[in-house]
Design a protein around this ligand. Structure first.
Ligand code: H79
Length: 510
């Protein structure tokens, strides 16, 4: 009798699973150029990426010479977009490279600064939309080799950062205003274009006005492919490529080709990490394909924009790249135009990113001589000093089981929880709400708590319960942290104990 019951249950579950799988299959759009893998990569290179916590972005190119200003006029737009600011002619801009001679540039100095800041990886602009190459590419004359400076800047960055143990990623824009074959077909994100594209009406948005143009775009494609292969050949120690500009219709129309280039790059460079801003699926879907699956290795949509909760990141890997002013990536002489973030802001954002399982990347825009600006130097130092004390709460730390609380942000590594206090309570008593225990009938108690900056144990007092029965603990903030003006971290260990266990709750309160 028992055997029959088991058999029936088994049969039912197989049948329902089968039915489920079929339903799933029916709903999925068959794609040749969608995500090539479902779920997160688990190889060593990607595991390493996941532990970075904090990175540095550097935007450097000929746009650093005007620095957002020309003939006494200031552009309010992004400095690295200065060519299209309307303040400079294309001819003037395209000749700036003849003056590019950053006498103060010292890659070792930058790498040491990044190391002190606590950055575990750097993303460096090899080529922005203007097409100027910071390496001596053999496929164009518009490179560093033809400036008075001459030397390969990418190589110096790659070597100096590697020497500091910082992983290098190369930024590459697929937009190239300097290439005669480059054609812009408009932005695929515009709802009108996207709708028509997905309906198969691709001809309406054909960016090529003549056969000649279409042929030239083929030249541009081989040029781009050559440059990418060249970067991997020249700098074999890099860990990944950070793409930009891929929203252009001309690029999206070539999705199958872009996909083939991606596969070629990966085959050539095992472990290579590429974000979701390289290619689209064959229906013009970017970042996530028609089935909602992330394209390539991590989500690149959080540019200057942090997610607020885990639901927004959909269990994907992701990075957030952030400017210090509102939207200046390259060097802009005038930083009074918008709010300029403080080190405190950026540290809080770093914690926020890591608490939601992402990496945070702070952008630097050095000037035309090769100097970081004074504000950037100060920020790097402050972030670094903080990371030296509290980095444990960032590196390899991820989402914690604590719910979001008013005092700040929590992260978790194994069974250690880090309470990063950004909003010190007026009472100077930190009220910490512990989550429900995994096992019914159990509760979490705080077994011990330590102030990371001093290594001293925290006093843990009973903080009562709310109406719903949630347990709170009160941790008094010691005098030396009350007025430091600095965010601080308390490392906490939770222990699960049976709710009724005599003295268990009190025992944990030391
Ligand atoms: O490299 C940085 C930006 O230059 C690049 N991505 C980051 C990492 C980027 N390119 N385009 N965009 C971001 C989005 C488009 C912004 C624009 Fe504008 C709005 C282009 C024209 C209007 C901002 C304002 C840039 C120029 C003026």
């Amino acid at each position: 009798m028992k055997k029959i019951t088991v058999f029936i249950i088994l049969l039912c579950s197989i049948l329902s699973l089968e039915g489920f799988a079929q339903n799933e299959k029916k709903e999925r759009v068959p794609l040749k150029h969608g995500a090539h893998q479902i779920g997160k990569r688990t190889d060593a290179a990607m595991q390493r990426w996941r532990e970075y916590g904090l990175g540095q972005f550097i935007h450097w190119g000929v746009y650093a010479i005007p620095g957002g200003q020309w003939n006494g006029k200031t552009s309010g737009g992004a400095a690295e977009w200065f060519r299209s600011s309307g303040l400079i002619t294309n001819e003037e801009y395209d000749n700036l490279y003849k003056q590019f001679n950053p006498a103060d540039f010292d890659a070792v100095r930058w790498a040491k600064q990044a190391k002190q800041m606590g950055a575990k990886y750097v993303i460096f602009t090899t080529k922005h939309h203007d097409g100027f190459c910071m390496w001596p590419s053999k496929y164009t004359d518009y490179t560093i080799a033809n400036t008075p400076y001459k030397k390969d800047i990418v190589k110096q960055i790659v070597d100096a950062y590697a020497a500091e143990g910082i992983d290098v990623y190369l930024y590459f824009s697929i937009i190239d205003w300097s290439h005669t074959g480059y054609v812009s077909g408009g932005n695929i994100n515009s709802p009108e274009i996207k709708k028509a594209f997905q309906a198969g009406e691709r001809e309406i948005f054909n960016p090529f006005k003549t056969k000649e143009q279409e042929k030239k775009y083929e030249d541009f494609k081989s040029f781009t492919r050559n440059q990418l292969l060249e970067l991997l050949d020249n700098y074999p120690t890099i860990k990944g490529l950070w793409f930009d500009g891929s929203w252009d219709v001309a690029w999206v129309k070539n999705a199958p080709w872009v996909d083939s280039v991606g596969l070629e790059l990966r085959a050539k460079h095992p472990g290579l990490i590429i974000g979701s801003r390289f290619r689209s699926d064959e229906y013009g879907n970017r970042h996530v394909d028609a089935n909602g699956d992330l394209i390539d290795d991590y989500d690149q949509r959080f540019e200057r924009n942090l997610p607020n909760n885990l639901a927004e990141v959909n269990d994907n890997d992701w990075d957030c790249v952030m400017t210090i002013p509102e939207n200046q990536w390259g060097y802009h002489r005038d930083w009074t135009l918008t709010y300029v973030k403080t080190a405190y802001d950026l540290i809080e954002m770093t914690l926020q990113a890591n608490s939601l399982d992402g990496n945070f990347v702070i952008n630097f825009g050095p000037d035309g001589k090769g100097n970081m600006r004074p504000e950037e130097n100060r920020i790097a130092k402050s972030v670094g000093d903080w990371m030296a004390k509290y980095g444990e709460a960032v590196y390899g730390a991820h989402h914690s089981i604590l719910e979001k609380q008013d005092w700040g942000i929590s992260t978790q590594k194994g069974d250690e929880i880090y309470l990063a206090v950004f909003n010190k309570p007026m009472s100077n008593i930190l009220k910490v709400k512990v989550p429900r225990a995994k096992t019914r009938g159990n509760v979490y108690v705080i077994e011990n708590a330590t102030f990371l900056s001093t290594g001293k144990s925290a006093t843990i007092n009973d903080g009562g319960r709310n109406k719903a029965g949630a347990i709170f603990y009160d941790i008094p903030i010691p005098a030396e942290l009350q007025n430091s003006g600095e965010a601080f971290v308390i490392k906490v260990k939770l222990k699960e104990v049976p709710q009724g266990e005599k003295g268990a709750y009190q025992q944990a309160i030391t």
